[in-house]
Ligand binder design. Structure first.
Ligand SMILES: [Zn+2]
Length: 253
């Protein structure tokens, strides 16, 4: 089941049964679907219940819970830097994770290289922003008129640098600095319904700058893909900020 959350006439969050939130942005001539979810649910019907406009579909990155629904759409654009993730998935594992015995990853053939850096939905323009860290091919979409950035998993306040094709703490730090210069007011992440205020990026930056030699606890992600790493909690406040790395090497003194 897809849960539709309307933020405004032109912005929706579509939450699937694996808690992945795809974003739908509606322009005057076209609509953007950012991420296709895990593939367990009928995302396309949910989109079509909201808009009949031609769709541009872009995946924030190559993890299965963002590209799994690709089979429902004609074409899905993904950074070529995450192509290796798509190619690494085994059918049986995906079926187990998604909980669909007949899941067919043939839909991955509809994934094309993201070869443009901007697009128009008619009355709003979107810019593709590379956001490496969570994965090397992570991208965001920035809408300057709305000062809104769709960020996939790359700006989750607990920064996850331990899944397939992840980058380094330094990559994530550079991504944060890049986003701070864009003029973003708010951003969305793919596993939360919160509209994040850009000010949290300062706390995330401090976390990364100060995490060397700090306490990291062994951590296992409780849902597929059950990756393991080490978790450092930097601060709680209204939204917990921290980082999870795959190996302690880059954060030891
Ligand atoms: Zn991810």
């Amino acid at each position: 089941m897809i849960e539709k959350i309307k933020i405004s006439d032109r912005l929706y969050m579509l939450k699937d049964s694996m808690d992945c939130y795809s974003n739908l942005i509606i322009g005057s001539e076209k609509a953007l679907l950012f991420d296709t979810g895990s593939g367990a649910d009928d995302l396309k019907t949910a989109v079509r219940q909201i808009t009949g406009l031609p769709l541009l579909v872009i995946a924030s990155h190559g993890h299965f819970d963002h590209i799994g629904g690709s089979y429902q759409f004609d074409e899905v654009y993904l950074s070529c830097k995450d192509r290796n993730i798509v190619e690494s998935y085994e059918v049986e594992k995906l079926r187990e994770w998604i909980g669909k015995e007949d899941y067919d990853p043939k839909g991955f053939q509809r994934i094309k290289d993201l070869d443009f850096d901007g697009f128009s939905l008619g009355d709003i323009e979107g810019q593709i922003i590379e956001l490496p860290g969570h994965s090397r091919g992570s991208v965001g979409v920035y809408f300057p008129e709305m000062k809104l950035l769709l960020s996939g998993d790359s700006l989750t306040p607990v920064m996850c640098l331990f899944f397939k094709n992840h980058g380094t703490v330094l990559d994530e730090l550079e991504t944060l600095e890049k986003v701070k210069k864009l003029g973003v007011a708010h951003f969305l992440t793919a596993h939360s319904d919160k509209i994040m205020n850009v000010s949290i990026l300062d706390r995330m930056t401090e976390c990364l700058k100060n995490c060397k030699g700090k306490k990291f606890l062994k951590y296992r992600y409780s849902k597929p893909p059950f990756s393991e790493g080490y978790f450092h909690l930097y601060s709680m406040k209204d939204e917990p900020v921290g980082v999870i790395v795959e190996s302690l090497e880059e954060v030891s003194e």
